[in-house]
Design a protein around this ligand. Structure first.
Ligand code: CA
Length: 222
């Protein structure tokens, strides 16, 4: 059984995380301050830390630096309301393994938790955080994308959309599935945002990669 430490001071988010993680077979412990997070994460009691950056007594980045400084090797996933590239880069450079920007979908967090725990079991090979279908490669940790040898810059939502397609190659993804997985609870049902983002992705990864299946949705052509 995997033991997950949650360092987060917002009770709505902690209860959302605990409910979901416990339903998936994990045990959870919640702390709400940086001080407790450092004390708990430094031992060997936990297999993974979910770390909010906005803690009341200190910045989560400080927790990260302290815990890593003490030699803790458990995977750490940062939760942040900030989506600035600087914070992300700083977090990853300070020893975080992945990050999620709030608001987030539980399923997405769960997928990231599983990736981290799987990597830990197989001695944390960084290559295993890459998704590769045909000549498209997506690095889930660094958020880098390559098409062949060409590196492609994607926004957060474009990245998520490509990730969904790579996880379901040759499968038709409906507009609703894409909305649900990428925008979560955060969308207007009448929106045409999926078409807009498919357009962005086509421009960046090549027109012929995403096929429109009339009346059904979109499919990654491999
Ligand atoms: Ca907070």
């Amino acid at each position: 059984m995997n033991r997950i430490l949650i360092a987060e001071d917002n009770p709505r988010i902690t209860s959302f995380l605990e409910t979901g993680l416990q339903a998936n077979g994990y045990t959870t412990t919640v702390v709400s301050t940086a001080k407790e997070a450092i004390a708990f994460a430094s031992g060997t009691d936990f297999d993974l830390l979910i770390l909010d950056l906005g803690l009341p007594d200190a910045d989560g980045l400080k927790v990260l630096a302290t815990v890593r400084g003490q030699g803790a090797i458990l995977p750490i996933i940062i939760l942040t309301a900030r989506d600035g590239l600087d914070d992300t880069v700083e977090g990853l450079e300070s020893g975080a393994d992945d990050y999620m920007t709030k608001p987030f979908r539980f399923e997405e967090l769960l997928a990231r938790v599983r990736v981290q725990l799987r990597n830990q079991r197989s001695s944390r090979k960084p290559q295993e955080t890459q998704l590769r279908i045909a000549d498209i490669t997506l690095d889930l940790l660094t958020r880098q994308v390559w098409v062949g040898d060409r590196s492609v810059e994607l926004s957060t939502r474009e990245f998520l959309m490509l990730e969904v397609f790579l996880r379901h190659p040759m499968q038709v993804m409906t507009r609703e599935q894409l909305l649900d997985r990428i925008w979560g609870y955060d969308y207007d049902p009448g929106t045409n945002i999926v078409n807009v983002y498919v357009g962005h992705l086509r421009r960046k990864i090549g027109d012929d990669r995403l096929e429109t299946v009339r009346g059904a949705g979109y499919r990654l052509r491999v």
